[in-house]
Design a protein around this ligand. Structure first.
Ligand code: ZN
Length: 460
């Protein structure tokens, strides 16, 4: 079955046909690096990483170009730099490093390109210049603004008309705007803020133009897929498309617009611990990255996802089950058969991860009951399917060992060592008492000639 994707622009699920199957292009709006990433920001990262992996499987690893930008000039970055009394580069380097580490914990592959706004200034200024020359932008009071009336299709992506936008405009309209919907391409910097030279005066770019210029520079127009959270449809993606189309007189900007739904924190009462931990940076200290990834993909990407402690618990239990099946089949040689057909079919149906997860569970169930040569083939299918989207990459034994937090792990090791000493001293009463204590902690102890090893039992 060919890959089908839901496209926001045409509001339909369509067969995916890349412009050039040897050069498939995808762009996803990336982070503004002024703080640690919120778990809500991790959802598009994990969703589009899953799509990136699937595209690489279909078209080949070298054939898929994925660009995700880093916004490293922004009011919030400037404010933080002022608060700390450091240059903006100190702030952006700190949070970009943390972002890379956190997203890698979630199993996200590095995009092919990760352009930064500050390193794309020439392309941004050049694109604004073309927009002005094409009469799609105008200069007013040190600002350059996009002229929304110059682009007949403005509002097409989000399904809004210019009249709706005037009626809906709640903010006071800046006097230099010809139309309330016109938006900033370039603006003068305030004293003390970073600025770059341009033919329109020194200043800095608006946010929307950054993405259009990066797409043009890294991938070229039109691209196959543009992704992001559904909060970006308007105004960000609407504006991106208007800029790209008018700067280059392009026939299309992106052939498939994909948008993921929100994480929902309000629907259910959250436990205090979860409510306090919404930064990925904090969450990975107590929940395995793979379990967070599973939780983020447990609902279909277009649906809202209620982010609760229970969703994280269920994710850990689901992975315990799969790793448990692999652990029980440790001596079975996996046959290299590739991912299962039903698993691929689920992903190719607009990235239906809940159905793909159900297929992983079905394979694990089959692995438990199969016999003979079938067992090796099923194990191979399970592992290849899970690997494709970033799961079951740990050693099963290590997975269950790692389930303990460091303090608990140290306590268990202490009890195990004490019990070995008791056994060596033939103090059977103490050895039995220590074993009972370990059992209460859900720890299984395996005695051997040199001492003992232990592991945590999987959750029922
Ligand atoms: Zn963007």
């Amino acid at each position: 079955m060919p890959l089908r994707l839901y496209d926001t622009l045409t509001r339909s699920k369509r067969a995916f046909v890349p412009i050039n199957p040897e050069r498939v292009t995808m762009y996803v709006c990336g982070p503004t690096v002024y703080n640690y990433a919120h778990v809500g920001n991790a959802r598009p990262v994990v969703v589009f990483d899953t799509l990136f992996r699937l595209l690489r499987r279909i078209y080949g690893e070298g054939e898929v170009l994925y660009a995700a930008n880093v916004t490293d000039v922004d009011d919030r970055i400037n404010q933080k730099a002022i608060d700390e009394g450091v240059p903006i580069e100190v702030i952006t380097a700190r949070y970009l490093d943390a972002y890379h580490a956190d997203m890698s914990e979630l199993g996200a592959l590095k995009p092919t390109f990760e352009p930064r706004a500050t390193a794309t200034m020439d392309a941004i200024v050049a694109m604004i210049g073309r927009l002005v020359r094409n009469n799609a932008a105008y200069v007013a009071e040190g600002h350059v603004l996009f002229n929304t009336q110059a682009y007949a299709d403005y509002g097409k992506l989000s399904g809004r008309s210019l009249d709706d936008m005037i009626a809906g405009a709640r903010v006071e309209v800046a006097p230099y705007k010809q139309h309330p919907a016109d938006f900033v391409l370039w603006k003068p910097s305030k004293p003390g803020e970073p600025q770059w030279p341009s033919p329109f005066g020194p200043g800095r770019p608006g946010w929307h133009i950054e993405c259009s210029a990066m797409i043009e520079q890294n991938l070229g127009l039109p691209i196959d897929i543009h992704g992001g959270g559904n909060d970006l449809i308007f105004p960000h993606h609407e504006n991106e498309m208007a800029q790209g189309m008018c700067a280059d007189h392009a026939s299309a900007y992106a052939n498939y617009w994909l948008h993921n739904g929100f994480l929902n924190f309000g629907a259910e009462k959250m436990s205090k611990s979860l409510g306090n931990v919404v930064l990925v940076h904090d969450l990975v200290t107590r929940v395995k990255g793979e379990a967070i990834r599973w939780a983020l993909l447990s609902a279909h990407y277009r649906q809202p996802l209620a982010w609760t402690e229970e969703v994280l618990d269920q994710a850990t239990k689901a992975l315990d089950k799969l790793y448990g099946a692999l652990r029980r089949a440790a001596d079975v040689e996996a046959i290299q058969v590739g991912p299962s057909a039903a698993f691929l079919e689920a992903l190719e149906d607009d990235l239906n991860t809940p159905r793909a997860f159900a297929e992983l569970h079905a394979l694990a169930g089959q692995l438990e009951t199969a016999t003979g040569a079938d067992k090796g083939a099923i194990k191979g299918e399970l592992v290849a399917s899970a690997h494709l989207i970033g799961f079951l990459e740990a050693d099963p034994e290590a997975w269950f060992q790692g389930a303990a937090d460091p303090a608990l792990k140290a306590r268990i090791q202490g009890l195990v060592d004490e019990r070995i000493a008791a056994r060596n001293a033939k103090d059977w009463a103490s050895a039995d008492r220590l074993r009972a204590e370990l059992t209460a902690l859900n720890v299984e102890v395996m005695d051997n000639a040199t001492g003992a090893t232990w592991r945590i039992r999987e959750k029922a």
